[in-house]
Design a protein around this ligand. Structure first.
Ligand code: ADP
Ligand code: MG
Length: 344
């Protein structure tokens, strides 16, 4: 954070909004009216509009002791864009509403907005509005993302078919292990503030928690390959809980294979340091923001060479339940916690 501290009161609410939004240059033709009027106007030119919103509360969803404000701004946008991509849509606009206590300075909020704008630039979305308020305690962030999709091209969670392949992007579980490291160092710091944090070598897992990306690239790849997934969602709460949603809503069962779950070597090593099972992290760790989707078996050849997509199982009849085959050849039921199934 920069050295100087400007009190919010020296700018006032309108001055603050002006300060935070004055450099916006709208990038999308669909952004007709942005910040500065009573409401934004968006024209989606015959496309369908997709809307999602998320609320992030200090102490519940993030901890400012180890979350840089710029990263927090970036992540607040990315988690919403991830939901838009999970509908097979393209995000175009966001609104950002914030409430903060007098602990925050103009510089602190500017840093937060730097992260917001970095995400807007990276994903090609426009910030077109928001709201600003004070709070008694803590920082509250609400982001709404708006996107567009060709009519009928959106992908829901309840339309998977029996026999479909279950696919997931990237790797799983690392953000959760990153959180374990940061929480451990926080406890050590609280007990002995003179001890320097020891996060050497854990930059991958910590980066996965603090600076996630939305899988725009996967949606673009599927489009180029002419693949319309039969169902899709993003993995925010953990693979096991998300696949249960797809199964329940599609009225089907599934089989997953432990050996097919994508895990990064950095995550595996880090999990062993905490003496926890990497598979349990991949199944139950949250905040990966990868995409989980099902597709017809006939599309398999089109994805087989893409190292960012793993086929992890297939959809079955509902009465076969939701199961995972372990490396050791055992079959366990998948629970929302995933975890218990692996405590042998
Ligand atoms: P109103 O009183 O009509 O709600 P505001 O004074 O809250 O209007 O907001 C003025 C303009 O600034 C609006 O276009 C609003 O969307 C935008 N705005 C307010 N707060 C923020 C914020 N935190 N980030 C981005 N835009 C904001
Ligand atoms: Mg307002």
């Amino acid at each position: 954070m920069s050295e100087s501290r400007t009190e919010i009161s020296s700018l006032g609410e309108f001055g603050l909004i002006e300060h935070l939004t004055k450099n916006i240059e709208l990038q999308n033709a669909s952004s007709i009216v942005g910040v500065g009027d009573d409401a934004a106007i968006i024209d989606h030119f015959g496309k369908q509009t997709v809307i999602t919103t998320d609320l992030l509360v200090e102490g519940i969803h993030f901890d400012l002791m180890y979350t840089p404000l710029k990263h927090l701004g970036y992540k607040s946008v990315v988690v919403n864009l991830s939901d838009i991509y999970a509908m097979n849509a393209t995000p175009t606009q966001i609104t950002v509403s914030i409430a903060f206590s007098n602990r925050f300075s103009v510089e602190a909020l500017s840093e937060f907005y730097e992260g917001i704008y970095a995400a807007c630039e990276k994903y090609g979305v426009d910030l077109v509005g928001g709201d600003t308020s004070s709070s008694q305690k803590g920082f509250v962030i609400s982001v709404t993302a708006i996107g567009e999709v060709a009519p009928g091209k959106y992908v829901r969670r309840d339309t998977a078919k029996k026999g479909d392949l279950i696919c997931c992007s990237g790797d799983l579980g690392a953000a959760y292990v990153g959180l374990l490291f940061l929480e451990r160092e926080k406890q050590i710091y609280l007990e002995s503030p003179q001890v320097q944090p020891d996060l050497e070598g854990e930059s991958y897992v910590i980066g996965r928690l603090l600076k996630p990306e939305a899988r725009k690239d996967i949606i673009e790849f599927l489009e180029i390959q002419n693949i319309v997934p039969t169902s899709m969602m993003d993995i925010s709460d953990g693979l096991s809980s998300e696949i249960l949603h797809i199964c329940e809503q599609s009225r089907l069962g599934c089989v997953l294979y432990e050996e097919k779950l994508p895990v990064a070597e950095e995550m595996r090593k880090a999990a062993f340091k905490f003496e926890i099972d990497p598979t349990a992290c991949a199944l139950s760790g949250g905040e990966d923001y990868e995409l989980l989707f099902t597709m017809s078996q006939s599309d398999y050849e089109k994805i087989v060479l893409n190292e960012q997509i793993s086929v992890i199982g297939y959809m079955t009849d509902a009465d076969e339940g939701m199961k995972i085959n372990t490396r050791g050849g055992q079959v366990h039921p998948i629970t929302a916690q995933g975890w218990n199934a692996f405590k042998k």
